[in-house]
Design a protein around this ligand. Structure first.
Ligand code: SME
Length: 161
């Protein structure tokens, strides 16, 4: 299947999950499973959420699929994850070995994307995906992952968060 068709199919499945999930936690669990199962180069998929009230702020591992990571709590001044949350920008790294910010999760990881999740304009967490393939996150993948992050932000908003 061409990548554009696959991306469109998974996008629709993500929308369907967002419609049917009763809570943001259920959506995040189902979303990581969907992306990990359907997108063959998404070898680790997980959410990090800002701990409410933490000072200094810290990202805490939430729903994920893939091998357990040593990075369960990440301060905002560390890692690709910290960079995405503190800037509020999507960060794509085509070759993690060349990025000094990178915190290793698996030795097999070659590329990574981190997309912030917003609630009412504020970063509340992020969707992090690692690939065993270099430069896996081309423009169409970035759009898909950003779309998924928006679905989660909307669900959090409608749940009153
Ligand atoms: N690589 C991330 C850490 C999280 S693990 O990839 C799951 C980073 O550099 O922030």
């Amino acid at each position: 299947m061409p990548v554009a068709d696959k991306v469109e199919q998974v996008r629709q499945q993500a929308s369907e999950i967002a419609r049917s999930a009763a809570t943001p936690d259920e959506l995040m669990q189902k979303m990581v499973k969907l992306l990990h199962e359907r997108m063959l180069k998404y070898n680790w998929v997980g959410f990090y959420m800002l701990e409410p009230g933490a000072n200094p702020p810290v990202l805490v591992l939430g729903a994920f699929e893939g091998a357990m990571t040593p990075h369960v709590r990440i301060p905002l001044n560390q890692g690709i994850c910290g960079a995405a949350a503190s800037s509020g920008q999507t960060v794509v790294v085509d070759d993690v070995s060349k990025d000094p910010r990178y915190l290793a999760c698996s030795l097999e990881t070659k590329s990574e994307i981190v997309v912030p999740v917003f609630v009412r304009g504020k970063v509340v967490g992020e969707l992090d995906i690692d690939s065993h393939f270099p430069a896996a996150f081309t423009a169409e993948h970035q759009e898909l992952v950003q779309y998924c992050a928006i679905l989660v932000g909307k669900k959090l908003e409608s749940s009153g968060r």
